[in-house]
Design a protein. Structure first.
Length: 231
């Protein structure tokens, strides 16, 4: 699904980051990046039609890729699954060098016209974590796992942005509490699926849920936020 970033976009991203803390992911920061990277405006616009927004998206996607690489090099032996998820979330935060850059990105993707893009990025992070940890679900669970972790990860980032504790100790504790919520939800789902929570009354719902399938591995067009041309 992931393709190598355009070299021009990568160069512009490196150039814009020092400006983001002061100017945000703004047109001004984008223009400064063009000048610093010594790239023609035409080439910059061709690589980034939406300017700094495209670079903010690339910044987030590179963070996901760095998290996946760090997770692949982690020793997860003996860890409970909930601890693996918590470890992945911590790795995702640890790959961020500048908290202010993320804060500015959070502000950017809170804008109404960019909120769907921001939700898609958070979903992508949740998907990267579940996939890296070996999730093999191919039904409605594929969606619910990612939806739940997306909500949890979003709240963790907001908490982390305001955390002033030494070594982000308060964020660590918050991560543990929220991941416990994810695992509790998964346990409830399993109980419902086995008719252990609400009994046979859930059977019709279970049959309906069984009709939902995960996106095909051959295409990402079924992912939330992806437009499928009906033609």
């Amino acid at each position: 699904m992931n393709t190598p970033a355009d070299p021009i976009k990568t160069q512009l991203l490196e150039a814009i980051v020092p400006h983001v803390a002061f100017d945000g992911w703004s047109p001004q920061a984008f223009e400064a990046a063009i000048a610093d990277a010594d790239i023609t405006p035409a080439d910059a616009r061709a690589a980034c039609p939406r300017g700094a927004v495209d670079l903010a998206i690339l910044f987030h996607e590179q963070g996901d890729a760095a998290m996946v690489a760090a997770l692949a090099n982690s020793n997860l032996d003996g860890m409970r699954f909930r601890d693996k998820v918590a470890h992945a979330v911590r790795l995702r935060l640890n790959v961020i060098d500048d908290k202010e850059v993320v804060r500015r990105g959070t502000t950017l993707f809170a804008l109404p016209h960019l909120a769907p893009e921001g939700a898609k990025l958070i979903w992508g992070t949740a998907d990267a974590i579940w996939t890296a940890l070996g999730d093999t679900s191919d039904d409605v669970n594929w969606y619910t796992k990612r939806a739940t972790l997306s909500a949890v990860y979003g709240s963790i980032v907001l908490f982390w942005l305001g955390d002033q504790s030494a070594g982000h100790a308060e964020t660590d504790a918050f991560i543990d509490r929220r991941i416990d919520n994810v695992m509790q939800f998964e346990q409830v789902k399993a109980g419902v699926r086995n008719n252990k929570v609400l009994g046979p009354l859930t059977a019709p719902l279970e049959r309906m849920m069984g009709m939902i399938k995960a996106p095909s591995a051959a295409s990402n067009m079924d992912l939330p936020g992806i437009w499928r041309d009906p033609k």
